[in-house]
Design a binder for this molecule. Structure first.
Ligand SMILES: [Mg+2]
Length: 310
């Protein structure tokens, strides 16, 4: 764990540095408030800081206020070093944002214990942040397949439509639907149905491009948002994904099952699609046409097709 030691006395700095290094902290040293501030507001700030109260440029007290005003996560645990005379001002130090204080000349053991308390707070906070991140991720993913859920993939599409419109860049959307899914459920059970969805999602995930986004739209329907894809590219991309499913059977419930999917494709045309919803509707209409055409097929949406289907 990285700890900043800021003190204008070289003797004190050396003493703190050697003590902290002995307790296996990675020590950064600052000789005044300005140097300390540079470390504290850097992109990779120390988790803990031991700040002398009286220092040139910024005092330890100033630094406490400045760090707290940044209001950043992860938290920086601040320990003020005070001389005896300043001890009565300790309330001021704590209300400025210090977490703890140590009186100079400091007792080594006391400092070690106080640092350990700070470290515990920092560790707990980082655990909490990881948990929050995991929960946030969980809320955005489809529980069965692990790909984006409908709300997330729609949010991604919204963002990509806005970006592509602004930059006049191509953007493609693919809707894909497992063929005869009801048949799998009816003949092999719902667990097999779940396995089929997971298997197809895994195969699409590994066949897609790294900059594609892939989500479960609902039931056995999935959506792929493919930035940079115009009509021709989108069709060949969809063909490749269709083939990834069709070319190799799936092992489901101990049986080899041959699965296929139908694809509806549509590239963004700002003249035709004012919103992400318009684009989804168009790709969905093409998917419907692919089902009609006998399934295991890719159909690109042209306005003509839409007219015929309407
Ligand atoms: Mg000093």
């Amino acid at each position: 764990m990285k700890v900043l030691v800021a003190d204008d006395s070289i003797v004190m700095r050396r003493l703190l540095e050697s003590s902290l290094a002995g307790w296996n902290y990675q020590v950064l040293c600052a000789k005044d408030g300005a140097e300390a501030w540079a470390y504290l507001q850097s992109d990779d700030p120390p988790s803990l800081a031991v700040l002398d109260w009286m220092m040139p440029v910024y005092s330890g007290l100033d630094l406490c206020r400045m760090v707290r005003a940044l209001n950043r996560t992860p938290y920086t645990y601040l320990i003020l070093l005070t001389a005896r005379g300043e001890r009565e001002d300790i309330v001021e130090g704590l209300s400025a944002g210090a977490d703890d204080y140590v009186v100079k000349p400091f007792d080594k053991h006391e400092l070690e214990v106080r640092l350990r308390a700070g470290r515990r707070i920092i560790d707990l906070q980082s655990e909490l942040m990881h948990t929050q991140e995991a929960l946030r991720e969980q809320a955005m993913k489809d529980a069965l397949t692990g790909v984006w859920n409908r709300a997330s993939i729609m949010e991604i599409l919204d963002r990509e439509v806005a970006r592509a419109t602004r930059d006049s860049a191509p953007l493609g959307v693919l809707m894909l639907d497992l063929d005869h899914f009801k048949h799998i459920n009816d003949n092999y059970g719902h667990q097999a149905g779940d396995e089929a969805l997971r298997g197809v999602a895994a195969r699409i995930s590994s066949a897609q491009r790294s900059y594609d986004s892939f989500g479960r739209y609902g039931g056995e329907e999935f959506m792929i948002v493919a930035p940079g894809c115009d009509e021709a590219y989108l069709i060949s991309h969809a063909e490749r994904l269709r083939n990834a499913i069709d070319s190799q059977s799936f092992k489901i419930g101990g049986k080899e099952l041959h699965l296929t999917a139908s694809f509806g494709a549509c590239a963004l045309d700002p003249e035709l699609h004012a919103s992400a919803d318009d684009l989804v509707r168009a790709a969905d209409a093409a998917l419907y046409a692919a089902k009609h055409a006998g399934r295991n097929a890719v159909v690109y949406h042209h306005p003509v097709i839409a007219q015929r289907l309407d």
